[in-house]
Design a protein around this ligand. Sequence first.
Ligand code: ZN
Length: 196
Amino acid sequence: MSAPPFSRSTRRVRAFAPDPDAPGRACDNPDCDLAGDYRAPKSRDNLREYYWFCLEHVRAYNARWDYYKGMSPGEIESNLRSDTGWQRPTWPLGRNGSIGEALEAELAAFAGLGRARAKPEPERTPSEIREALAILGLEWPTSREAARNRYKELAKRHHPDANGGDKGAEERLKTINIAYAALRSHLASMQAEASA
Ligand SMILES: [Zn+2]
């Protein structure tokens, strides 16, 4: 059930090396013209079917893997596509448009892709809370109040009671709780440092 995506493959593909079996089409993020050289399984229940993304988008997708846990392939698909039809925000939770841009800037910088849309970062995102920010759909810098407001909104939306006791919602809420706890303690220690 929790087997890694490539465990049954006859040939292991090194993480983040372009896949020799890539179909030679563009990244499955329609906003993106780069080659889709990196595969990502469509869901836990469907490890044999793949999306094909560029490096930055496969990394963004993989970062959300836990968030997708318990979602059906259809739910993941509609999450990816969101109500804005794959316009920004591309990734779930990015209702305010922050997540797509923030993640892309991070990932483009990481991949050394000095592309025009990778805006200079005004303040470097602390690496230890990068994933928490991505899960909560927040952009750095953020405040304790903004984090709390976003948390409340997500906790309400993903609460099992609001989702007919759905197991997937329970898992998503867990992920959200962990992300918020990490972010909150980071912000608290920053504030303590500043006033010391
Ligand atoms: Zn892409």
